[in-house]
Design a protein around this ligand. Structure first.
Ligand code: GLN
Length: 538
């Protein structure tokens, strides 16, 4: 097994995750088995307790781990499921070391930060690799080199190389600014990043140079001299219009074979034909399709963050690419409709509207108004998790006449709690056991005949990923159905409604699960595909 560590230099947010995922895609296309691990240096045991505005989307794996959005990138690029062992945080590693200590697994030894914490990291990396019999394990170390937080993880990388000197490679993804007033690409910040990495005992083998443009020979030579890396091992990573171009760009400089050479492995042809076609489609599909996402996790001061809904966005894109359309996504703040309902008519300009997942009260009434508008005006509507719960509330209030219909999440007492807390969640909430305790990961769902869902999936039994505590209150199923709502998907073992639909509407589908987590660029999700297909007809 070969290990490739990817660390970041100069600043965060330069696409380390996509770079790691792209390297994985390239190696996979050369016929190797590849898996990828994300290390996040924070204390949170998982990403589930963090606000998405703070940290981006919480991605959910098949086996129910709430993790960093980069795991989503790995799944999308590798077209492989990634499991729990492939995600580590400082909190998680310490928790597992402490548990072992409590179980006397250290045989009376004094347990120390070094080497026991890095050893735990190494053991986890090896376990994750073995589980899928990987030829290559990619390990992305979150944050930027020089941060106090990720030192122990760099230490693990250094220690692994001592034991397996020929099987460990270090890649630095670094940033080259081109300041406008200077008009020249500057290498100095990267030189410092390499020095910092050196002081942790690590010499990068390859540098991926992120910048607005490709590097010229002069800059490569300079970096090579100052950073002690061969010029051929400095690979340009210029800004691209679509992240799916990144593997193609890397291969222009033969990154895959550079990596193999470092491991003394023979060069191999990569096969990125299908990927290349995808990029061509993306570039040659000018006709736009307008999709509105009505949510609340995208405002941060003067900036709009899109990371909170990254899997939803990517799923929309995949479905659009498959139909040779250019996705144009607009962020709509649900709260605006609460202040000014007249704005609702602006929703007409969209071919389709998505109300994604979320937690808590804020923005809920605006989303309900949005859903009502979509229902009455035949705008294709896709509701995801909270989006489904709100669709049920809207229908209960405005069609079934249950004016005070609400969810237990928003109101403890009301005559019509149409969305209630799942029975096994009650105790957990009472005891404030919030971390990792939602209904998480993959569960079965049976699809009803003659529904849009059945048409989309073409299957009777499906499995999708979840992340929720509340559910459609079964007491209201009958009245909802009597008024025209279709229970289009059910989880029979728990008697849960998983999909609702409306009759006499071009596309009104909402799911308790999160289909977006399973969409892949070359395998768009069936529900998103059907949603976009209907939207193109609007
Ligand atoms: N807040 C809702 C619940 O917990 C919906 C969660 C979500 O949208 N992921 O059930």
């Amino acid at each position: 097994m070969k290990y490739i560590f990817v660390a970041g230099g100069v600043m965060s947010g330069i696409g380390k995750g996509v770079a790691t995922a792209s390297i994985g895609r390239i190696l996979k296309s050369k016929g190797f088995r590849v898996t990828a691990i994300k290390i996040d240096p924070y204390i949170n045991v998982d990403a589930g307790t963090m606000n998405p505005v703070e940290h981006g989307e919480v991605f959910v794996t098949e086996d129910g781990t709430e993790c960093d959005q980069d795991i989503g990138n790995y799944e999308r690029f590798l077209d492989e499921n990634i499991y729990t062992d492939n995600y580590m945080t400082t909190g998680r590693v310490y928790q597992s070391v402490i548990n072992k200590e409590r179980n006397l697994e250290y045989n009376g030894k004094c347990v120390e930060v070094v080497p026991d914490i890095p050893n735990e990291v190494i053991a986890t990396i090896k376990r994750a690799g073995k589980k899928v019999k990987a030829d290559f394990v990619l390990i992305e170390i979150g944050g930027t080199v020089g941060e106090y937080q990720n030192l122990l993880f760099l230490e693990a990388a250094r220690m692994l190389k001592i034991v397996h000197p020929r099987d460990v490679l270090f890649i630095l993804v670094s940033y080259m600014p081109v300041p406008e007033m200077i008009g020249e690409m500057k290498t100095k910040p990267t030189q410092y990043a390499v020095r910092t990495l050196n002081s942790a005992g690590i010499q990068p083998d390859i540098i991926l140079a992120r910048s607005i443009m490709s590097l010229d020979e002069q800059r490569k030579k300079k970096l090579s001299n100052f950073c002690n890396v061969q010029a051929d091992d400095i690979i340009s990573a210029p800004d691209v219009a679509s992240i799916y171009e990144v593997p193609i760009n890397f291969e222009k400089e033969d990154l895959g074979n550079r990596i193999l050479k470092k491991f003394n492995l023979k060069s191999r042809q990569s096969n990125l034909k299908d990927w290349d076609n995808l990029v061509k489609v993306i570039k040659n599909s000018p006709e736009p399709i307008e999709i509105g996402i009505v949510g609340k996790y995208f405002e941060s001061g003067k900036f709009t963050l899109t990371d909170s809904y990254i899997s939803v966005i990517e799923a929309v894109k995949h479905a659009c690419f498959a139909q040779h359309r250019k996705p144009r996504i607009t962020w709509v703040s649900a709260e605006d409709f609460e202040k000014n309902p007249k704005l609702l008519k602006n929703l007409n300009k969209f071919h389709g509207i998505i109300v994604p997942g979320g937690f808590g009260n804020r923005g809920v009434e605006g989303k309900i108004k949005t859903i009502e508008y979509c229902r009455k005006n035949n705008i294709p509507f896709l509701g995801l998790c909270l989006g489904m719960q709100l669709a049920v509330i809207e229908f209960s209030r405005n069609v079934c006449g249950l004016k005070d219909a609400t969810s237990r999440e928003f109101k403890q007492k009301s005559n019509n709690i149409v969305i209630d807390v799942m029975s096994d969640q009650k105790e957990l909430i009472k005891e404030k056991k919030y971390g990792g305790t939602m209904r998480l990961g993959a569960y079965e769902c049976e699809i009803k005949e003659n529904t849009i869902s059945q048409k989309s999936y073409g299957l009777k039994n499906i499995s999708e990923r979840h992340r929720h505590r509340y559910e459609l209150n079964n007491k209201y199923r009958q009245i909802l159905q009597d008024n025209g709502m279709i229970m289009a998907g059910l989880n029979n073992s728990k008697d849960l409604v998983e999909i609702i639909e409306l009759k006499d509407h071009p596309f009104f589908v909402a799911t308790q699960f999160h289909p977006e987590f399973k969409s892949r660029p070359l395998k768009p999700h069936p529900l998103f595909l059907e949603f976009i297909r209907t939207a193109t007809k609007k």
